[in-house]
Design a protein around this ligand. Structure first.
Ligand SMILES: [Zn+2]
Length: 510
């Protein structure tokens, strides 16, 4: 995959002709022509794992991503009004970036918010920081036992400190009023238009709640969705089934798959590891399913014709998912283009690489996580296992296709940051790259954001290449990315224009 300089003639939303042309990009139909001197053109970027509704809702909420201490988070909320019924909801805190890197407490919030329930989601979505008012309403006290698949962080005497991990978040989350349909509609449109500005023409939208589906259909049919959305509906509690959903087709919105979780995240010690955490030797994290249970749930979704996407971070979770996929593949019950995806595939044991490849599964990876997580992952995993983390080149070498995404809103949807992470693995403020042996070539990074990502939603026969007959989903940039020499150069690339289905939906000003 190389950026090109060319004349691209469009017809009815598709590419009709591509003629190489030195020094410019020229895009035209019978009715108009756009000329970009010195520019380069690529197929539109795909984000193969994002959360549109959550991104949009977060754009409407206070963001704590840049806070450098718990106190700074509290300060950032000082003037904020309740935003979800009578609750205050915000997100983005990450104690790994604080000095000292300690989990926060309810007491810090109680002074400012004695009565208003406050719920602050950790950046990875796998933990909540709440105040005492929220704990009271949820009925969580020293006598509340840890639920299966989660835990309540406690003081020495057993009292909850105000941090709830994975399944322990449920009693609080249940109480937060749902956003109104209008809030949701606005959230989807705001998120989609932000993606568009980054050159993203298609999103694989993960963990979609069945009740959002009619809104997406409505927006797509009204021609209001500016990007294409492949939807992966929630499956962890059989949501797709209870709602009576089945896969659908459509140009801008399709129900494609069902999404499950095999484990939690590394940051909150929820990722399931084969051996204990290096920095918490009594703990291995949690598998959220017994293998037999997961198999039954996945089989049901396979039989209904869905693609399958399973979140797996730790090496134990990846092993469980790979073994299940391998078994399904051997049995031959999958339809010809029915896809199996491992979401994140973050820590993969060397012995699982071959079975992963043999299962025909696709690794849906988020390169930017590697940079944000480097210091934390090294602590959690220790030296040996660190080499098994974010191992993109090893996955490719055994023949596993990589689909790239950002997991927005956990990270910025900006593909330029992901491409830089793929190629350089240079965490901010580090002097050296992190395991540079796992870096990708630029052409591979671009494929992971285009043609390979389309492969992961079975849209690769019509999208992801600049060829006649392919959909006219294009991004025009100001430089030849293939020649970029540094992460900074990649990040500085300007997105000049974005076309979806042959219509220019974004153009840089000036
Ligand atoms: Zn996600």
């Amino acid at each position: 995959m190389q950026p090109q300089q060319a004349l691209i003639r469009l017809h009815r939303g598709r590419i009709a002709e591509v003629v190489p042309r030195a020094g410019e990009v020229r895009i035209c139909t019978e009715a108009w022509e756009h000329v970009y001197p010195e520019a380069w053109v690529l197929p539109g970027f795909v984000d193969a794992h994002g959360h549109l509704v959550h991104l949009g809702l977060e754009l409407q909420q206070p963001r704590l991503h840049h806070c450098r201490s718990a106190q700074e988070c509290v300060e950032a909320l000082r003037t904020v009004q309740p935003n979800r019924g009578e609750w205050l909801v915000a997100s983005g805190w990450n104690h790994e970036h604080w000095e000292p890197p300690q989990l926060p407490t309810a007491a810090l919030l109680d002074e400012l918010f004695p009565d208003l329930p406050v719920v602050l989601r950790r950046v990875d979505g796998h933990a909540l920081w709440v105040n005492s008012a929220a704990l009271r309403r949820a009925g969580i006290s020293a006598s509340t036992p840890d639920p299966p698949g989660g835990w309540i962080v406690r003081t020495r005497s057993g009292a909850p400190t105000g941090v709830l991990v994975d399944a322990a978040m449920e009693p609080v989350l249940r109480l937060i009023p749902e956003p109104t349909p209008e809030q949701l509609r606005q959230a989807i449109l705001q998120a989609a238009s932000l993606c568009l500005q980054y050159g993203i023409t298609e999103v694989h939208d993960m963990d979609v709640a069945p009740e959002w589906v009619p809104l997406f259909h409505e927006l797509a049919e009204a021609g209001q969705l500016p990007i294409r959305v492949q939807s992966y509906v929630r499956g962890q509690r059989g949501e797709w089934d209870a709602a009576g959903l089945l896969p659908t087709v459509g140009e801008f919105f399709r129900l494609r798959g069902v999404k499950f979780y095999a484990d939690g995240a590394l940051g909150s010690y929820g990722a399931a590891l084969l051996e204990p955490y290096a920095d918490r030797p009594e703990h291995r994290g949690l598998l959220l399913w017994e293998p037999g249970q997961l198999e039954r749930a996945v089989r049901r979704a396979v039989e209904a014709g869905w693609h399958i996407a399973i979140h797996a971070i730790g090496d134990a979770a990846n092993r469980m998912v790979v073994q299940l996929y391998w078994k399904l593949r051997q049995e031959g019950i999958l339809a010809e283009r029915q896809l199996l995806r491992v979401e994140h595939a973050q820590v993969v044991h060397p012995e699982d690489l071959e079975p992963f490849a043999e299962s025909g599964a696709i690794a849906s990876v988020q390169p930017i996580h590697c940079l944000s997580d480097a210091a934390m992952a090294q602590k959690r995993l220790g030296t040996e296992r660190t080499a098994w983390a974010y191992r993109w080149r090893s996955l490719l070498q055994v023949g596993i296709p990589l689909a790239a995404g950002s997991d927005f809103p956990i990270e910025s949807p900006d593909p330029r940051l992901g491409i830089a992470a793929f190629c350089f693995r240079q965490p901010p403020h580090w002097e050296h790259p992190w395991h540079p042996e796992e870096c990708l070539e630029m052409s591979q990074a671009l494929q992971a954001y285009t043609i390979w990502a389309h492969l992961a939603a079975d849209t690769d026969e019509r999208r992801g290449l600049l060829l006649p007959g392919y959909d006219a989903d294009l991004v025009v940039v100001d430089r030849n990315l293939a020649a970029a020499q540094s992460p900074e150069e990649i990040a500085a690339t300007r997105i000049l224009a974005v076309y979806v289905a042959g219509i220019r939906r974004f153009a840089a000003i000036g």
